[in-house]
Design a protein around this ligand. Structure first.
Ligand code: ATP
Ligand code: MG
Ligand code: FE
Length: 348
């Protein structure tokens, strides 16, 4: 069975293709990647300092057909046996483009359509590199999302343990980077600058880590505001802003809270695998601290290659293959996009 995955929830137009290899003798099956084509409109958003939904939608419209063609050429196939498409969560207009394309091709090729949850794709993609997924906790951190999930089986509904009550972690990186005039998206630049700074120079707040706070939820607006106050105070006092120390201390605060709560979830649930996903897991400190803390707690850490931590189509194809192999029924061609799709409705 060959599955095409289509992703257009934010600023990446992704089309991926996988072949499903069923397991033998009761072993779990696995998806094998045949194509992974991505067109990004990230550069078009740079001068606005954030993703502009209308620009993203227009870019998807221009990119979707050529990206589908490139993926089919790379995989050496004419048409897949099934199409999986992200219906949410994400930007309404952006999602519409991928879903409309998926419906049109499903109809034209006479293949079944499967509606997918974007967040499940971020978890499933790791199986391409690291094999079948055991029960795990997943920490997804990107420009639009910060979620702590409990995954028992990729073909079954995923349980959300916690999420951010305000900014996403990647969004906080981008906003702090903007305060420091590092451009957009600022996460990678801030990460580089932080290597020259002292992570313990400034004690920025660790949001929602108090004894009465929700165990698995996150808040990043407090640390972002603390950075802004610190920078303002330096400028008011005529002191040079210690850019690298601010970057390193901010990054340490975010990485500390993310990994603390992820390990806590693993320990509470008795789960010994942690999976990272989302573009902000490219962050060197999030990766290294997760590595240190998992090693200390006896937890296996799985992190997809950075290229597949960001949005792509092969993650949706991979999730689709697991869901189809799990016996799910196809979605009707009338299936709607759902920008606010909850993670519990992971596979529909
Ligand atoms: P979605 O939220 O739908 O998954 P997105 O486009 O908002 O999609 P991604 O493309 O997965 O998110 O990731 C982009 C985000 O990751 C940006 O906020 C960017 O600043 C952040 N990021 C990328 N590299 C790093 C890094 N090294 N350190 C910190 N943040 C980073
Ligand atoms: Mg993106
Ligand atoms: Fe994403």
């Amino acid at each position: 069975m060959i599955v095409m995955g289509i992703e257009s929830s934010c600023d990446e137009t992704g089309v991926g293709i996988v072949a499903w290899e069923p397991g033998t003798d009761g072993a779990p099956g696995r998806a094998v990647m045949l194509a992974d084509e991505v067109a990004s409109s990230v550069d078009e958003h740079a001068r606005f300092g954030g993703v502009v939904p209308e620009i993203a939608s227009r870019a998807h419209l221009e990119a979707i057909v050529p990206t589908m063609r490139r993926a089919r050429e790379a995989a050496g196939i004419d048409r897949p046996d099934a199409i999986a498409v992200t219906i949410g969560p994400g930007l309404a207009g952006a999602l519409l483009v991928g879903v409309a394309a998926a419906k049109a091709y499903a109809l034209a090729w006479d293949v079944p359509l499967y509606a997918m949850n974007h967040l499940g794709g971020h978890v499933a993609v790791d199986t391409l590199e690291h094999g079948p997924m055991p029960e795990c906790v997943a920490l997804l951190v990107s420009g639009g999302h910060t979620h702590l999930l409990h995954v028992t089986d990729l073909a079954a509904p995923i349980v959300e343990l916690g999420t951010t009550v305000d900014d996403a972690a990647g969004e906080a990186f981008d906003k702090v980077a903007r305060l420091l005039d590092l451009g957009y998206p600022g996460g990678p630049a801030l990460d580089r600058l932080a290597t020259e700074g002292d992570p313990h120079a400034i004690a920025f707040p660790r949001g929602m880590t108090g004894p009465r706070d929700a165990r698995y939820d996150f808040s990043f607006s407090g640390v972002k505001t603390a950075v802004a106050r610190h920078v303002e105070k330096c400028r008011r006092d005529g002191v040079e802003v210690p850019m690298a120390d601010v970057a390193a201390s901010f990054q340490e605060a975010v990485a500390d809270v993310l990994t603390l709560k992820a390990i806590r979830a693993c320990t509470d649930l008795g789960v010994d695998t942690l999976v990272l996903g989302g573009g902000a897991t490219a962050n060197s400190r999030i990766r290294s601290l997760a590595g240190e803390r998992c090693a200390a707690a006896g937890i296996t850490l799985r992190v997809p290659t950075p290229r597949r931590c960001t949005d792509n189509g092969v993650m949706i194809a991979t999730l689709g293959a697991h869901v189809i192999a799990g016996g799910a029924a196809p979605s009707p061609l009338t299936v709607a996009t759902d920008p606010g799709l909850s993670v519990q409705l992971s596979q529909l």
